[in-house]
Write a new protein. Structure first.
Lengths: 84, 225
């Protein structure tokens, strides 16, 4: 009976061990970013990166809107010339 | 509006957001500038595809001349040149902050610069000929020469070179299959399609405008006659 219980425990531990190891390596990675190539981590941490994203999204949207309007104007011109 | 224009809008906005927020591997020297992959490289993809469309229309023109094909070839070449110039400018800026110089005598860089000069000469040639049919025929022939020169300059000679700073060349680790990771591919391929489609879109609008102009001139000539 005791032996059986031990067996169950060791199996559970054997299953958990890889997970613990994975978590350990993940934590180790998180703590050693200082040794790795420098990235804009501060920009991301402060959330200011979203300002840059929004600025670029606004510029691309504006340019695309301009192109859509040009496209429509040419379409109108096409209809006018064809119609006459 | 056609479906692919909506696709262009979606892909470009996706590129802008994921290009800045998506995961990129931590690489020395490049650091965050590797995100330029989503903006600088698609310029060259787009340029090549649109210049291919241009030369195809030039060949079609020579087989069966029509003003329509001349316009298609000319407007495509103009968009291609614009994308190429943007590629050169962004590449030069990127080089300044990773290689430490605006320009270096590298096969890839010089090949790209010579290609742009060859294509600028295409525009000069068009501007120099008054007669419409002569202009169309001459520039169609020149366009074939230009494309035939561009392919070795951009894609063959750099690969033959033993050493180059630019990624993808002989012995140089860059954004090759080894370190362009799967997360970057998820942004890079949509970016290439998106920017190329934008070039196609601009070309399409420019061509349609030129067609309408052609039609109005034709009508005016008929009225005068």
């Amino acid at each position: 009976m005791k032996n059986k219980k031990n067996n169950w425990l060791s199996r559970a531990f054997a299953l958990l061990l890889p997970l613990l190891l994975l978590a350990g390596t993940a934590l180790a990675q998180a703590t050693t970013t200082a040794d790795q190539p420098e990235m804009a981590d501060a920009l991301r941490a402060s959330g200011k990166i979203y300002v840059v994203v929004l600025v670029i999204v606004i510029i691309i949207s504006g340019l695309l809107l301009y192109l859509v309007r040009l496209d429509r104007k040419v379409s109108r011109l096409e209809r006018e010339v064809e119609g006459r | 509006m056609k479906w692919w224009k909506y696709l262009t809008i979606v892909l470009l906005l996706y590129t802008a957001v994921m290009g800045l927020l998506g995961h990129v591997p931590r690489l020395a020297i490049l650091n965050e500038t590797e995100r330029n992959l989503y903006f600088h490289v698609p310029m060259w993809f787009g340029m090549t595809i649109i210049l291919l469309a241009s030369v195809v229309n030039s060949i079609r023109y020579l087989r069966d001349p029509s003003p329509r094909l001349d316009i298609l070839a000319h407007e495509s070449a103009k968009t291609g040149i614009m994308l190429g110039v943007l590629g050169l400018l962004t590449g030069s800026l990127w080089a300044r902050y990773t290689w430490g110089t605006w320009w270096t005598t590298d096969v890839k860089l010089n090949g790209a610069a010579v290609t742009m000069l060859i294509y600028l000469a295409y525009l000069v040639l068009r501007g120099a000929v008054q007669d419409e049919q002569q202009r169309a025929r001459l520039s169609a022939i020149y366009n074939i020469f230009a494309f035939a020169a561009a392919i070795p300059l951009l894609f063959i000679m750099p690969r033959l070179a033993s050493a180059s700073l630019h990624p993808g060349m002989g012995g140089n680790p860059g954004f090759s299959k080894y370190d362009l990771d799967s997360a970057m591919r998820l942004v890079f391929y949509p970016a290439v399609i998106g920017w190329t489609l934008l070039g196609v879109w601009i070309t399409e609008v420019a061509c349609r405008f030129a067609f309408v102009k052609e039609k109005i001139y034709e009508k005016q000539e008929k009225q005068l006659a």
